[in-house]
Design a protein around this ligand. Structure first.
Ligand SMILES: Nc1nc2c(ncn2[C@@H]2O[C@H](COP(=O)(O)OP(=O)(O)OP(=O)(O)O)[C@@H](O)[C@H]2O)c(=O)[nH]1
Ligand SMILES: [Mg+2]
Length: 359
């Protein structure tokens, strides 16, 4: 065992179906894989609700602890966000690094952010998260990602105190604020261009960037079989039909239980949704997954007050499956992409065209 290995601790509430829970576990494994961590053992405890002090009950913790002392995984990953108290108690129980779901997502964002601005946003969100959980002297650097995703910085032992963190938060906010102006300007340019704005929305890894690439017949957007490949989405001008063009935005993928601070940090990119004339909701080809994704998308659109926008719902990766519920496409084989363009055209111009005819 050792480097890059982890135990996953997942609490299953009785009301959660086995199937739903297993999907959630698979997702946790994929999240870990995104930062090259292999889950070697999964420990599950079932009950009404997790232990408010230690997440798992103390007997089970002792059992896992004894087991881990032989195998020595590098990390203990909790499948949910831990409360400060649960976190504090678990780090006392385990001589390994304890990471919760939110932190794992921070690490992925951190590893995938390419521009300085993207990195600042993740760091700010993570510091704001960690500062609420500080109990002792400070936060160890390793918790801030010197471990997972950005190894070898040799700062694992260094502790950061509250004062340093607050100063850093202030300076990060200033840096991000500066960029807000240029985001606003770009948005204004887009709106002034008078072209309709379309945004691709969907769960992480469903193929949004691949679809945009396929529609543009290019391979410029970054596509990867890992979560949160796109953190700084691009906007492209897409030919629809004859003299008709639209601006198409890619977007940061959704996920269940996205840490609130990351949602806030990436709001400026996700916000493009609220400036769109049309949303293309991209779902996985598997029926159950698609249903679950749609619920999360609906919730997020509610938060953005954008649930009443015009929408086209599609399932991508239809090359992998025989039947899909929604109109299906494949970014890989380009199946039904022409039909999708017709749908976009109808959604954006049908009413205007009809009005023109009546005049
Ligand atoms: N079989 C198949 N694979 C696809 C299709 N579209 C995308 N993929 C694969 O799915 C993976 C994710 O694709 P992306 O385009 O990066 O997905 P995304 O939705 O932009 O993901 P994030 O940016 O992480 O939110 C990649 O490995 C793609 O090659 C498709 O139509 N069929
Ligand atoms: Mg993408």
């Amino acid at each position: 065992m050792g480097k890059n290995t982890a135990y996953l601790l997942a609490y299953r509430e009785i009301k959660q179906s086995k199937e739903e829970f297993n999907e959630y576990l698979d997702e946790m494994k994929e999240l870990a894989k995104s930062v090259d961590i292999k889950i070697t053992e999964v420990f599950v405890q079932t009950g009404m609700r997790n232990d408010p002090k230690t997440y798992f009950h103390s007997g089970k913790i002792k059992e896992i602890s004894a087991y881990a002392s032989e195998e020595k995984p590098e990390y203990i990953i909790a499948a949910e966000e831990l409360s400060p108290l649960q976190y504090k108690n678990l780090i006392e129980e385990f001589p390994f690094e304890v990471v919760d779901r939110s932190e794992l997502i921070f690490f992925i964002f951190k590893a995938n952010a390419k521009t300085n601005l993207g990195k600042y946003k993740v760091e700010l969100a993570q510091l704001q998260y960690e500062i609420t959980r500080m109990t002792g002297k400070g936060v160890s650097m390793s918790r801030l990602g010197a471990g997972i995703g950005t190894r070898g910085l040799g700062e694992q032992k260094k502790e950061l105190d509250k004062r340093y963190i607050n100063t850093r938060i202030k300076s990060l906010k200033e840096k991000i604020e500066k960029d807000k102006k240029s985001i606003k300007q770009r948005r204004k340019n887009r709106i002034n261009s008078n072209l309709p704005i379309v945004t691709l929305v969907g769960y992480t890894n469903v193929g949004k960037t691949s679809l945009l690439n396929a529609m543009l017949k290019q391979e410029k957007g970054y596509v990867k079989n890992k979560y949160f490949a796109t953190l700084e989405p691009k906007c492209k001008k897409l030919f629809i039909d004859q003299d008709k063009f639209a601006l198409v935005n890619d977007s940061v993928g959704f996920i269940s239980k996205l840490p609130e601070k990351l949602f806030e940090a990436f709001l400026s990119t996700i916000e493009e949704i609220s400036f769109s004339d049309l949303l293309i909701i991209v779902l996985s080809p598997h029926e159950k997954e698609a249903k679950r994704q749609l619920e999360i998308i609906d919730d997020t659109l509610e938060k953005l007050e954008s649930n009443d926008k015009k929408k086209i719902i599609i399932q991508n990766k239809c090359d992998l499956i025989e039947n899909c519920d929604y109109p299906f496409v494949s970014a890989k084989t380009h199946k039904n992409l022409d039909t999708l363009k017709i749908k976009i055209k109808e959604a954006l111009w049908k009413e205007a065209d009809a009005e023109n005819k009546n005049q």
